[in-house]
Ligand binder design. Structure first.
Ligand SMILES: [Zn+2]
Length: 330
């Protein structure tokens, strides 16, 4: 066979074969995409059976509001990229069990012209996290809009997987909620209804499986300081907040972790801790850009926020040693 005919045959075969390969590869690509591990309302990276068991103290990192583009009004996101890259260096050195980013990954909302560029930059920077450290993403009001709709949620789902899901890690049951539909359900009332029904099933399953802890992660704080504080931009309206807080308290949820406030804040509803964490991106208060280290012990948790310039070299999982007072003979 003349050489050029052979090449022609090969090219023809390749043209027929390549599209079939691409289609077959698509599910594999999604399965291995670390940003789309939230599927079927669980997080695929964690083994649902083995992670139910307590295997000793561990820690995770809670980040919030990377919000690429906020510092420049969407003109660029170099500053947020630099802050996130600094956070990723800490993550790879500390080696947490997992990292969770509690929303407002980007400043632009899905319909904004800069949205795709900001999502790409976010994914580029956070892809540098070591592959064996799972990265859990949570949707915020910038990720799906202040008045989320089925369309805006679908765009988020295509980029980052499910907007609400649950997963086990080392005996703790973790529930991620879409808090933007709690804040304003008017554009997607069915999503809020479905999430409520799903949440009830999750809490019942966690109780039945005797979870050591139940944690909830979302973007909006339920409240900043007091469970009955007045409605304002940064909390969930009382009409939906009060019954949810009551439900989480009844089910013995240990803590709710949130962001959105761009500052740290802490409140308590009985034994339920409401922990609001400052931003990786632009701070709106005195706390510098940073993240929270959360240590999960068998019967309690410890957590501390660190500015990016003050993060410790390592995390000590040992209980804090008791300080003994010196005696006269010392
Ligand atoms: Zn927000």
């Amino acid at each position: 066979m003349p050489v050029f005919q052979g090449i022609l045959l090969l090219l023809t075969a390749a043209a027929i074969f390549v599209p079939a390969v691409c289609t077959a590869d698509e599910p594999t690509a999604i399965a291995s995409d670390r940003f789309r591990q939230a599927r079927d309302h669980t997080f695929q990276s964690f083994d649902a059976q083995s992670e139910r068991n307590w295997r000793g103290t561990y820690f995770f990192l809670q980040l919030a509001d990377t919000q690429y583009g906020m510092l420049t009004g969407n003109m660029g996101s170099e500053k947020e990229a630099a802050l996130s890259q600094q956070a990723v260096e800490h993550i790879n050195r500390l080696r947490p069990r997992y990292v969770i980013v509690c929303g407002d990954l980007t400043n632009a909302t899905p319909k904004h012209a800069r949205y795709d560029a900001q999502v790409s930059q976010y994914k580029q920077d956070f892809s540098a996290i070591d592959e064996d450290i799972p990265l859990v993403c949570v949707c915020g009001n910038h990720d799906i809009g202040n008045r989320p709709t089925p369309d805006s949620i679908t765009i988020y789902n295509q980029n980052f997987g499910d907007d609400y899901f649950s997963f086990w890690v080392g005996g703790a049951f973790n529930i991620v909620l879409n808090s933007s539909v709690l804040k304003d359900p008017s554009g997607a009332p069915n999503v809020l209804t479905a999430q409520h029904e799903w949440l009830d099933l999750q809490l019942a399953a966690a109780r039945k499986a005797e979870a050591k802890h139940i944690f909830v992660f979302q973007h909006h704080p339920l409240f900043l300081n007091q469970p009955d504080e007045a409605d304002q931009y940064f909390n969930i309206p009382l009409v939906r907040r009060t019954p949810l807080v009551k439900k989480l308290q009844m089910e013995d949820v240990r803590a709710v972790f949130a962001g959105h406030y761009h500052r740290n804040s802490h409140g308590q509803a009985g034994t339920l801790e409401m922990i609001t964490t400052g931003p990786v991106g632009k701070p709106l208060g005195n706390d510098a850009s940073g993240f929270r280290i959360v240590t999960v012990h068998e019967d309690h948790i410890r957590h501390q926020y660190y500015g990016l310039d003050d993060v410790p070299q390592s995390v000590d999982l040992q209980p804090i040693p008791q300080v003994t007072q010196p005696t006269a003979n010392d």
